[in-house]
Design a protein around this ligand. Structure first.
Ligand code: CUA
Length: 314
């Protein structure tokens, strides 16, 4: 299994919105802890101080007290109103109102992977989302099949991805690094393995990555790859997957144009090694139960050639 690079926690904010939500969480935790301690403290105090002793007469009965009643209603009302205000304020600051800007990235939730494309470019990738750090970017979030939910805890807000609906989120990542999250809406068998990996880069490296990935597949004229490329076409991989610059232009599964340049496969759950790719293609349903990819029952040498070809797609 792949080790997370960073703590996945709301207490480890790494973006502008992440910090806003972190502060809101801290206010809530302090306020509720204070109330909890006050109530429990008073309970203990009263239970000890006013304990009934043998032969005690019935204590003095008080019917009503306007001041205490006003305080009992007034104080919680003011507190709840204040936190309601803080919540609305944070929501306004983290969710875009106007959608006139071109989104930096469009993320489409699928069972069970993320299709990632960059409007205005020909870049299409899957699962690993490259973004510039230190720059405000707009995420466009959609879904194709069922409801998924975007959540990278260090970045703050969650956002539902609903078929037929478009949602947006602002994101300004503090510094370059790898950030992890996961789908947060139950979406089927592999929901728990629908991980999100955001690779935040410096503006310069991000542009470099974008330029590299806008290119069509870098297919070397190498005899060792011809067999694998032929199997890719023949075994109907090409019907579901796209490799830009070749005949493969499917849109059912992840784009594989630069597959070898990704660090992970299977929605960020395993390292992108030849062994893992081999094991997955050999029997997809065994590695990822419920997956839409069928088993092709390829001979060992064909499978090896196919994996060699796929891993040449840098
Ligand atoms: Cu996608 Cu849960």
């Amino acid at each position: 299994m792949f080790k997370p690079v960073m703590d996945i926690s709301i207490f480890n904010p790494q973006s502008e919105s992440g910090w806003r939500l972190y502060h809101l969480d801290i206010y809530f935790i302090i306020a509720s802890s204070f109330i909890l301690l006050l109530v429990i403290g008073l309970l203990i105090y009263i239970a000890l101080k006013f304990r009934a002793k043998p032969n005690d007469a019935e204590p003095k009965q008080i019917k009503n007290n306007k001041l205490i009643e006003a305080l009992m209603i007034g104080i919680p009302f003011i507190m709840v109103s204040f936190f309601f205000y803080l919540t609305i304020k944070t929501m306004k600051e983290t969710e875009p109102i106007t959608h006139n800007e071109t989104p930096t990235v469009e993320i489409n939730g699928r069972q069970w992977w993320w299709q990632v494309s960059y409007p205005g470019t020909s870049v299409v990738t899957a699962n690993e989302i490259h973004l510039p750090a230190n720059k405000k970017v707009l995420l466009k979030l959609t879904a194709s099949d069922v409801i998924h939910d975007w959540w990278v805890p260090s970045f703050g807000p969650k956002m539902d991805m609903i078929p037929g609906l478009v949602n947006y989120l602002w994101l300004k990542i503090d510094k370059p690094g790898i950030y992890e999250g996961a789908c947060s809406e139950f979406c089927g068998k592999q929901h728990s393995k629908m991980r999100i990996r955001v690779i935040a880069q410096t503006q310069e490296n991000y542009q470099k990555w974008l330029t590299e990935n806008a290119k069509t597949a870098n297919i070397a004229i190498d005899s060792s790859l011809i067999k694998g490329a032929a199997i890719f076409q023949k075994a109907s991989c090409a019907g579901c997957h796209q490799i830009r610059g070749t005949m493969a232009n499917g849109n059912v599964g992840p784009d594989l144009t630069h597959l070898a340049s990704r660090q992970t496969i299977l929605s960020g759950t395993v390292k992108n090694t030849t062994e893992n790719l081999y094991r997955f293609i050999d029997n997809p349903n065994k590695i990822k139960p419920g997956v839409n990819m069928p088993r092709f029952f390829l001979q060992q040498d064909s499978l090896k050639a196919l994996v060699t070809y796929l891993h040449s797609l840098k």
